[in-house]
Design a protein around this ligand. Sequence first.
Ligand SMILES: [Zn+2]
Length: 580
Amino acid sequence: MNRLLHCLELLARPVWKNGLFCLVMLAIHFVCVWRMDQWHPDLWAHLGGVAQDLFIICLLLHLLPHRTGRVAKVALYVIAYFTAAFEVFLYERFRMNYTPTALQLWAETTPQETSEFFAAYLHGPALRTTLLCFGGILFLHLLLEAVHFASGKYNNAFRRPPLAFGLFLIAVLVAGTAAAWTNRGWMWRYFTNTTSTRTEIRIDLFYSPAWRLAYSAKMLHLANGELDTLRRHMDTLRVDSCAGGCPNIVVIIGESYNKHHSQLYGYNRATTPWQRAEQQAGRLVAFTDAVACWNLTSNVFKYSLSTRSMDQEGAWCDGVLYPALLRKAGYRVAFLTNQFLATRRQHSFDFNGSFFLNDPQLDSLCFDFRNRRLYRYDRQLLRELDSYTPADRNLTIVHLFGQHQKYSYRLTKGDLHFTADSIVRPDLTRDQRQTVADYDNATRCNDDVIRRICQRFNDEDAIVVHYADHGEHVYDDTLVCGRTGANPPSAVVARHQFEVPLTVWFSPKFMTAHPDLVRRVQTAKDRPFMTDDLPHMIIALAGISCPYYDPRRDLLSDSFNTRRPRLIKRQYDYDRLVTK
Ligand SMILES: [Zn+2]
């Protein structure tokens, strides 16, 4: 009997000794559940998981030498407070948890964007709520530490756990293990998974900020494997022939472009005057039904450059990148991006939009020319073309900063066309109307950038394809500004964050030389399209014949399939979302 009691005491002592630690961690956990609205049916399983986690941590702290244990405990406090507070802030502000996507977004962020992020968001009610919640816990925590210290921490009686506590702990651990058993199995399978293809798992299995971070990091690690797959496919790239293609193909990739803020799509403010005039002159065609596969730059980037689309078996890395196909077919390929550089630092994997394009092997297969620096304004990026010598046939890809937040940062003094007063939205505050005005000004500025690019090719036989990576919410039909990660996306989110502008502009020479293509573009303008199929259209425009080309995915082909499922985020049928 004595032996049993002794065992019970040994088991309970680590938790008893770290009682305050457990209380604080539980308080942090419940604040996360409360603020992030996680009162779902798995709550008991989650609590079981938390109990197990805390028991194991207490045991480890207890086994560590005294000083090391104290340092480790302080480190755990710091990590817990910061990871929880930041996630609660993200959720309060963007309805976003730690997910691979959020971590990816964070990794994609350049130092400039980080400072803009803090300037744009680190104030207001979300920050106040977060500080109030965690400041409150910290205050009570410090108070209890002080009381604990004052009450004499060397009191032996206080350090021995009572029998009732030992029994209570056993009951909690047994019940917790039973409740958490199934979820633990899933988590185990996830963390021991070694391939990136079948890792779809419910994020709500991961019940704490730390677990959600671990889950996201693992997902990003798996994605690294995709790079190896892509390299393998690109090594054996095949082009059968190339004839009769357009000598100058320009692809402009916009950023965060809500097409419903463009005159081309019925907006009632003059945000795209140049493109509108070109459309009326018959030199520009606006496609009316294009959507992005994701509302995140890097995922769209991968799929809109790879010949493998989102509705197909496998992943983007099972296709090949179209710039490399054109290059192999004799095109000189320039890639200008105002979002990332081909720097040594980025050779290491960081899951941003550039991770695959900055791989030295893929970079050399795809491009002849890259820009050497980034510019505050997209107009300045075009200077890079001044030092560029084109060949007889050219593919020029220009990736803009476009209308990325913070919108006012995209504007020079000459771009201030609209003001808060010109935005007639009685439901918005003055600040919100100013944000809409900034966005519309950025869209108008983008129109000017597109004009400048097209004019560079005005005397050539050239076609300019412009699309945006994804849309953006600017208080449209709801009080959301930015992009959201909620699943499934609502019809309003699908409309504003996934629908994208897609336009084709022809130079005068092109119109004379390729009347059949102009007619094809005009015929295709209302076809339902997802931009992950874009490579097939570019391959055909270049006159390339290769095993990767699929005419059913070529927007300009007579065989184009108007009924392919347009799956956004790989799982939600866009056409169903918007007609629900
Ligand atoms: Zn983007």
